[in-house]
Structures are given as structure tokens and as C-alpha cells.
Design a protein. Structure first.
Length: 749
């Protein structure tokens, strides 16, 4: 694979965006040394011409000119680097009309055969670098058009301020003594966990220090190593990415359509943005791009590649904003964009985005903690009533929005962390005990278009007045629910989802504790295929809470998406925790790489587990009911995709290796039927087996492995997420293997 990072290229086709990858063979003008004319190509000239013709003056990016490098030392001479002076006077305008570099000048290009590459970057050029779908970041910036690197002349916070909106991260207004800022942070103090940036970034200065005594010990750092450090310092302060070709970037009407799709499809399942004010207020471009990227994902298969490209651009913008000016790190809208981009990265189908989503989950949780979004005593509503006993409806509404925006952002980060734990089997970052505020308010209040409509909802008794201080906090509600009072507690739909995933989280924490204590573990630290009955955690308090929530949520024949989640998560918890390690083993034998497992060992493990016919039938029943529930109420959420895939693998492994466990063990033939709203499997079928009918799958007597795989492949192909297509490819490989085995059996006959 070529070591070149590919720029993002937007296709001129109105319905799709293709991302082109550099050819396997480098262009002829890239020589084995640092030579080449980077501005001689037609595309570069056209880009330059288009930028110049727009009437804007451009500040050139720092570029690496031809260098007098010393072979064998790892040193790129900093004196020959064309760097913009970081110390710029205040009189210098924001955009200086400096001339573009002469195209005939020899610029430093990147050569994969550069003899110092391995020493400088830590890996060889012969490694197989996965370019994913062509949107990898570059090692060296070769473009010479753009803004200077000095944050004194252009910073991310300044750019955020230039976008009209209500608040900015660099506002010069200081809060009153003792009051909390909108970010939830008080004045700076000596504690390291309080970080309140309030000055622009300045160039980092390294003082001239010389060790007073000569080093008589071993020379751990040689002169060439020091030179390599200096070279890396200069190279790491160059722009990170190739400039994307944005000539065919979607127009404003198309982007507006994507935003509409976001609110139609994604907002109901992740309501952390206040839609009424989002429509009426000026929104920062980085948040708009994150919203549009998710909306493009729901706009049809032809927009899937565009959604990934927009997701990557949003990630780069967020990274640049957060790193180029520390004052923007805790901006509310930036954290919103960060959370949405992470949610899309998990399921858009790009391996790079998936990788970054795992990393960014830690970042957004840390930022949420620093902003105290799930902690705190003071609220804008309480402060409003402290100033006067009879505030106006408009004042109450604005105070509610201020509080609820903070709460919903914090709960959104909490929910995303819990979902990634449940769906990806990753250890959580947040702990359950960190949530110390009241749950989100009712959706009717959050979606009220104005202050009068908001007040009318409260007056009619359709929602609790946010002023009421007796509203129990999340931790208190959780204690009551675990004690068995969940049925008598009225919860909003969003709150119900939070409790559902919290119960799943607590089961996961219990299993982690069991593994640490060696309960149900083999001598080599792996889950055992059989465990004592007293080790089953699905019958513990969190498991019983999940059962009660699932039963209560199915009281409506037309539940909302949030009302479907308790039942779906309950069935998945049964599949995951009844036999810990089962889904991991199934995924391994289906082709997923596990470094500490072998195919033979996993097959032996599964066949040992399948000797227990009751447990096999129980988990197949939960998989069948979960699959029917997801078809009955398709919401196109990312969670549905993960759950559908797990159901498919459960059916596949049982039909392939334990079909005999579905046959009745008695002479009498009894027919059973399951419904999507069922919670508890029939005891007789669990005990004896027999023919059973599931919605959308038919009778078990007619099941075949190819038919079941095709059923789930068709369902995955209809989902908007790019990862669903990858999961479909996994099932397709299993289908091809199964058909091949059937053909071989027919040939033997």
C-alpha cells in the first residue's frame, strides 16, 4: 500500500461522493530524494486560481523547502524550513496578502524510500498501511495554501467567535463572584482538576538550560537522536492533513436536507439538541457539519460515502479547534459536535472512524467530567427564583433551557458510553455513581416550540414543573428501582433508556468482578462453557430490574423507540450474560480474530455448551423474540444493527452445531408460538423442545441455515449504517461456506 495519505475528494455527481485513493505506484515526479514541483499539477493550479479569484487573500501555510540534510543523522535542517514567524506584532492583519511561493521552487516532497524515515517515524515504509477508504491523515503536509500556523493570528476560538451565536468560548465577560459559568467551572485555583483557559495560546518556549556537570555515564541520547527530536518538532508543527478537494462540496440546500434528515431519524433516538432554538439561532459550522454528516447517513445508500467523508472532516475540524486554542476545549457546541461525531464513527463503516470513536469516547467523558455536567447543586432555575419570587414565563423558560441543555449533553455522553459498552463489549468509562443530577425532563417540555407552549404543558399537568426541588436525582431513583419500586415511578422516555442501559452496565460490572475473582473462569483465564447456578448474574437485582422495565414498556401496542429499548436490551442481556463468553466464541468461529483463541478450541467450547439443551433453547428463544421486536418496530438506530447481527449469529451457530436440541424430547408433538411482546419463554418448550414459530421466520421445522442467513442479510442491507454492510459480508461468507458444504455432501452421495 502506498504511504501517501489521500485527500478527501467530493465527486461532482449530485448523489454521491467518491473518495479517491492515490495509485499504488507513486507519480513519476516523486524522486528518491527531496525534489519535485508540488504546485506544477493542473489540480493545484486550478485550486490556487479558484482561491485567488474569490477575492480573498491567503496566508501561505508553513512549508518545508529544500533542505541541506545530513544523511545518517536523522536531521532536517530547521534553518531551511519556510516557517511563518510565530512572534507576530498585533498590527499584523488576520489575513496577510503574502505572495504564494514560486511554483518553480523545489519543495520538500515525501519519498517512501527516504533513508531516515524509519528512524524519524518509528516504522518502516514496507509495512502494510491500511488506507481504509482513502481518508487517512497525511504524514507530511505538501500543500502550500492556507493559513499560518501561529495561533496569535488565527485560532480556533477566534473562528468560533466569528460565527454569530449566543455564547462563545472566549467571551471576555467574567461571572460574578461565586457564580458558576455556563460551563460549570469556577475561578482557577491550585487544584489540577480545575482548568479554565482564559488567554490565547502562545508559541511554546524552551529555555536554554545546560547541565552543569559533564555526563560521565552512558550516552543514552546521541547527537543524532537530539537532531531527530528537533526534526520531529518542526515536522509535527506543520499542518496535519492534505487539503481536501471541496469544489463539489454539497451546497447549502443539500446540507439543509441532511439536517432535516438528522432531526427526522436520529434526533428521536438521541435527543440532546434543542430543535426549536437550533432552527432559530446561529449555529457554529462545526456542529452543523456533524449534524449534516449524520443526516447524510440517513439519506440513502448513494450518500453513504459522503457521510463518511463529512464525518472525517468533522473529526478534523473538532481536533483542530480543540488543539489550536485551549479556550475552545470546553465549549458546549464543540462537545455536542464531538459527541455526535463519535456516535456516527462507531457505525458509519469506516475502520478509521471506528478506531477514533473508541479514543474519543474517553475524551468526551473526560470533558463531561471537567464541566460537571452530571454533578452540581446550583441551577439556573434555582438562581432565578433566588433573585425574585415571581419571574416571568420567558425567564423561567430560558432558565429551563440553560439547565436542560447541560443535563441532556451530560446524559447524552453517559448514554453513548453505556451503549458502546453494551454493544461493543468495551469496559465503561463513566461509573454509575458519577450521575448525581436529576434525569432529563419529559420530551414534551424539551420539544416545546416557545415559552408559552412550555408553560401550557406544565399547567395541564402533562409534565413536572422543573422548579420543583423534590424531583429525585438519578442515584436515588436507581436505588428505588433496584428495590422494586420501578413500576410506580413515572419516567420520561429518555430516562427509561438511561435506566435500561444502566442496569445492563451493572450486570457487566458484576461479571467483571466475577472474572477478577476467578468465578466461572478456567485456569488460563477464559470463560468456562458451564457454571454453577449460583453464579448466574441475570437473576441479580439489575437483571430483575431489566425484566420489570421490559414488562412495563410493552404495555403500549405502539411504543416509541425509547419504549422498545428496555425489551430489546433485556433479550440481549439474556443472550450475553446467561452464558458469559458465548457471543465472543460465536463471533470467533464466524471469522472474527481473537488473539487468545483457536478455532478448534472455540468449537470444543461451543459443543460443550450445546450439551445443555435447555440453555440452548432459551437463548434461541430470546434471539427469535428480539429479532421479531426489531422488525416490528424498525427505528434504524445503530443499536438495532448490532442487536440484529448478534441474533443472526445465534441462529446460525445453533442451527449448524446443535439442531438436534430443537427436536422434541417427548413422543407428543406440541406446537409453540412466540410473539414480539413476549418476555418469558414457555417452560414446556424450554424443557422438552419441539416445533416453534417466530414472527417473520416461520416454523422451526422449515428452517435451513441458508434461509436464515439470507433473512438477516436482507434486514442488514436495509439499514442506513455502513457497518451493517460489513456485518452482512460476514453473514455472506458464512452462507457461501454453507452452500459449499451442501454441494460437497451432494457430490459424495
Amino acid at each position: 500500500m502506498p504511504p501517501f495519505a489521500s485527500p478527501i475528494i467530493f465527486s461532482s455527481h449530485p448523489c454521491r461522493s467518491n473518495i479517491h485513493i492515490h495509485p499504488d505506484t507513486p507519480p513519476a515526479n516523486i524522486l528518491p530524494a527531496f525534489h519535485g514541483d508540488l504546485l506544477s499539477s493542473d489540480s493545484s493550479r486550478s485550486s490556487t486560481a479558484s482561491l485567488s479569484s474569490s477575492g480573498n487573500t491567503i496566508t501561505p501555510l508553513p512549508s518545508i523547502m529544500s533542505t541541506n540534510s545530513i544523511p545518517g543523522t536523522g536531521y532536517v535542517d530547521p534553518a531551511n524550513l519556510n516557517m511563518i514567524d510565530p512572534v507576530i506584532t498585533d498590527e499584523l492583519p488576520m489575513y496577510s496578502a503574502q505572495p504564494l511561493p514560486d511554483p518553480s521552487t523545489d519543495l520538500l516532497t515525501f519519498d517512501p524510500n527516504w533513508e531516515w524515515f524509519g528512524q524519524l517515524f518509528g516504522w518502516g515504509s514496507d509495512r502494510d498501511i491500511d488506507l481504509d477508504i482513502g481518508i487517512q491523515t497525511s504524514l507530511l503536509q505538501k500543500d502550500t495554501i492556507g493559513h499560518g500556523s501561529s495561533t496569535d493570528t488565527l485560532s480556533a476560538a477566534w473562528l468560533l467567535c466569528s460565527t454569530p451565536r449566543a455564547t462563545t468560548p472566549v467571551s471576555d465577560m467574567k461571572p460574578q463572584d461565586g457564580s458558576i459559568e455556563t460551563e460549570g467551572r469556577r475561578e482557577e485555583g491550585p487544584w489540577p482538576n480545575v482548568f479554565k483557559p482564559n488567554v490565547p495560546d502562545r508559541p511554546l518556549k524552551v529555555k536554554n538550560v545546560t547541565f552543569p556537570r559533564p555526563n560521565t555515564g552512558p550516552g543514552f541520547v546521541s547527537q543524532s537522536s537530539r537532531n531527530a527530536m528537533l526534526s520531529m518538532i518542526y515536522l509535527s508543527h506543520q499542518p496535519q492533513w492534505l487539503m481536501p478537494e471541496v469544489d463539489d462540496f454539497p451546497d447549502h440546500d443539500t446540507l439543509s436536507h441532511f439536517v432535516d434528515n438528522y432531526f427526522e431519524h436520529f434526533h428521536p433516538i438521541f435527543p440532546i439538541i434543542h430543535r426549536p432554538t437550533f432552527v432559530s439561532e446561529d449555529i457554529p459550522a462545526v456542529l452543523l457539519l456533524s449534524v449534516a454528516a449524520i443526516g447524510a447517513n440517513f439519506s440513502g445508500p448513494e450518500y453513504s460515502s459522503l457521510a463518511v467523508a463529512l464525518c472525517e472532516l468533522a473529526r478534523r475540524m473538532i481536533t483542530w479547534v480543540a488543539r489550536s486554542d485551549q479556550r475552545a476545549k470546553f465549549d458546549h457546541n464543540l462537545l455536542l459536535a464531538f459527541t455526535l461525531q463519535t456516535a456516527l464513527g462507531c457505525s458509519c463503516g469506516s475502520r478509521e472512524m471506528f478506531y477514533h470513536a473508541e479514543i474519543f469516547r474517553c475524551s468526551i467523558v473526560t470533558t463531561c467530567r471537567r464541566l460537571h455536567l452530571l454533578r452540581g447543586l446550583d441551577t439556573a432555575t434555582e438562581e432565578l427564583y433566588m433573585k425574585g419570587s415571581n419571574p416571568s414565563v420567558e425567564e423561567r423558560y430560558k432558565a429551563y433551557l440553560s439547565d436542560e441543555r447541560r443535563r441532556r449533553l451530560g446524559w447524552g455522553v453517559y448514554l453513548l458510553d453505556a451503549q458502546m459498552t453494551a454493544l461493543l463489549s468495551l469496559p465503561p468509562i463513566f461509573t454509575v455513581t458519577e450521575a448525581r443530577i436529576v434525569p432529563p425532563s419529559e420530551e414534551s417540555l424539551w420539544n416545546a416550540p416557545n415559552a408559552n407552549a412550555w408553560a401550557a404543558i406544565i399547567q395541564r399537568g402533562e409534565a413536572v414543573d422543573p422548579r420543583i426541588s423534590t424531583r429525585p436525582k438519578f442515584s436515588r431513583l436507581l436505588t428505588m428501582c433496584l428495590a422494586g419500586d420501578s413500576i410506580s415511578i413515572k419516567m420520561s422516555d429518555f430516562t427509561l433508556t438511561l435506566f435500561t442501559f444502566t442496569a445492563w452496565r451493572m450486570l457487566f460490572d458484576q461479571r467483571l468482578l466475577q472474572k477478577a475473582l476467578g468465578v466461572g473462569m478456567s485456569e488460563n483465564g477464559m470463560d468456562m462453557p458451564s457454571q454453577p447456578a449460583d453464579c448466574h448474574i441475570v437473576d441479580s437485582q439489575p437483571g430483575l430490574l431489566l425484566t420489570r422495565l421490559a414488562t412495563a414498556s410493552m404495555s403500549s401496542r405502539s411504543p416509541s423507540h425509547f419504549r422498545v429499548i428496555p425489551s430489546s436490551v433485556y433479550h440481549h442481556a439474556q443472550m450475553f450474560f446467561t452464558r458469559p463468553g458465548l457471543l465472543q466464541r460465536i463471533k470467533h468461529v464466524s471469522g472474527k480474530y481473537e488473539p487468545d483463541m483457536t478455532q478448534e478450541g472455540s468449537l470444543i467450547w461451543l459443543k460443550t455448551w450445546m450439551a445443555d439443551g435447555k440453555e440452548v433453547r432459551k437463548l434461541l428463544w430470546h434471539a427469535g423474540v428480539l429479532g421479531a421486536l426489531l422488525v416490528e418496530f424498525p427505528r434504524n438506530s445503530a443499536a438495532d444493527m448490532f442487536l440484529t447481527f448478534d441474533c443472526a449469529l445465534m441462529f446460525w451457530v445453533i442451527l449448524k452445531y446443535a439442531p438436534h436440541q430443537l427436536v422434541s424430547s417427548t413422543a407428543e408433538s406440541v406446537f409453540f408460538e412466540a410473539k414480539w411482546f413476549d418476555i418469558i419463554p414457555p417452560d414446556m418448550w424450554i424443557a422438552h423442545g419441539g416445533s416453534i414459530n417466530f414472527p417473520f421466520l416461520g416454523s422451526s421445522a422449515t428452517w435451513t441455515i441458508p434461509a436464515i442467513l439470507r433473512h438477516f442479510m436482507e434486514r442488514l442491507s436495509k439499514m442506513p449504517w455502513g457497518l451493517a454492510l460489513q456485518n452482512k459480508l460476514v453473514l455472506e461468507k458464512l452462507l457461501v461456506s454453507e452452500l459449499k458444504e451442501e454441494d460437497e455432501k451432494k457430490g459424495d452421495v
